[in-house]
Ligand binder design. Structure first.
Ligand code: UDP
Ligand code: MG
Length: 318
């Protein structure tokens, strides 16, 4: 049985690109239907993320002309990740598989064929990975690649050079619904969900019109969200620093007392030096211990699902 595919595309002020994107996707979708790779009920779902230009009017127009296109309109601008989540969780009610991509076609739509192929071989998440960043500026490439490395160092399981171009099955999206966190960093959540996954590499193009909706400030904010939503390692670093400074403070105290006993000090120095080091050491250590508890509270509050069952033989009958 061929699957119903929904392509979810968040759009914020994309009036310059949306018609061309729709044109290219229409060709792709028709081709896939013709080759019997996807069902004819498949659709392209644009999510209007509170655009201030005519994006939503264009989406409605596309929908009227061709039912291949459908749309969601958010009440206001909620940011890329929230718009994407809204699209994914809505699309899963109609689709068997969902692919998310950006409105500017920087991600090569020809990778869709391979994604569907990998899905038919059993992968429930297929990550689109950029084969190179030659088209990106040196700055963008450097900051982006450093970010992936820092995330790895902080113990976060993310796919190198993968953004939000991916195929997911309905079962994965049902699991995603269990992640109720507000500070969304979707590319960190999918590896947590698990299930068989695969990777498709593609060449990333330049934006063909309009400008990036991710200026440096938003990008840094997003990266920081990624770190703080997925890693308690910064707190652990503070605890380690606290232990180190506390041990040093004990050594310094011993040193001060020894120097005092040999009479090489001015009056009051021993008391002051010991006070400064001991108070500093104890404060740093306490901060680390408190941080550990905050780290625990943070993961409890997120209330992420603790597991997802991939198979249950009890429910499988031959
Ligand atoms: N986007 C969105 N809401 C926002 C910002 C961006 O839905 O508040 C969408 C945007 O329309 C595009 C995608 O997110 O489809 C990625 O944005 P962009 O291509 O500008 O980012 P870049 O490729 O420059 O990192
Ligand atoms: Mg882009």
């Amino acid at each position: 049985m061929v699957k119903i595919l929904y392509v979810v595309i968040p759009c914020y002020n994309e009036e310059e690109v949306i018609c061309e994107t729709a044109r290219q996707l229409e060709i792709k979708m028709k081709d896939l239907v013709r080759k019997k790779k996807i069902s004819s009920k498949s659709k392209v779902m644009f999510v209007n993320d509170g655009s201030k230009d005519s994006t939503w009017e264009k989406i409605q127009e596309l929908h009227q002309k061709n039912k291949l296109f459908t749309g969601l309109c958010l009440s206001r601008n909620k940011g890329h990740q929230n718009a994407l989540l809204a699209g994914l969780l809505t699309a899963k009610n109609y689709a068997d598989i969902v692919i998310s991509m950006d409105a500017d076609l920087q991600d090569d739509i020809n990778a869709i064929d391979e994604m569907i192929e990998k899905n038919s071989l059993g992968a429930e998440i297929v990550y689109g990975v950029r084969s190179s960043r030659k088209k990106d500026s040196f700055f963008k490439r450097f900051t982006a690649e450093s970010f992936y490395k820092i995330m790895k160092f902080l113990g976060v399981d993310i796919i190198f050079n993968h953004a939000d171009y991916r195929l997911t099955s309905k079962r994965v999206l049902d699991a995603l619904e269990g992640y109720e966190e507000v500070n969304l960093f979707l590319r960190g959540i999918f590896p947590l969900i698990g299930y068989p996954s695969s990777v498709v590499t593609y060449e990333r193009h330049e934006r063909f019109a309009g400008e990036s909706k991710y200026p440096l400030k938003k990008m840094l904010h997003f990266a920081w969200d990624g770190v703080t939503s997925f890693s308690v390692r910064p707190i652990r670093l503070i605890l380690n620093l606290g232990i180190l400074i506390f041990v040093i403070s004990l050594l310094v105290t011993i040193y001060c007392i020894v120097v005092k006993l040999f009479g090489y000090t001015v009056d009051g120095w021993t008391f002051l030096a010991c006070s400064v080091w001991l108070v500093g050491g104890v404060t740093m250590l306490s901060l680390g211990v408190v941080g550990e508890y905050i780290g625990k509270i943070y993961s409890e509050v997120k209330a992420r699902p603790r597991y997802h069952i991939a198979r249950n033989l009890e429910e499988e009958h031959d």
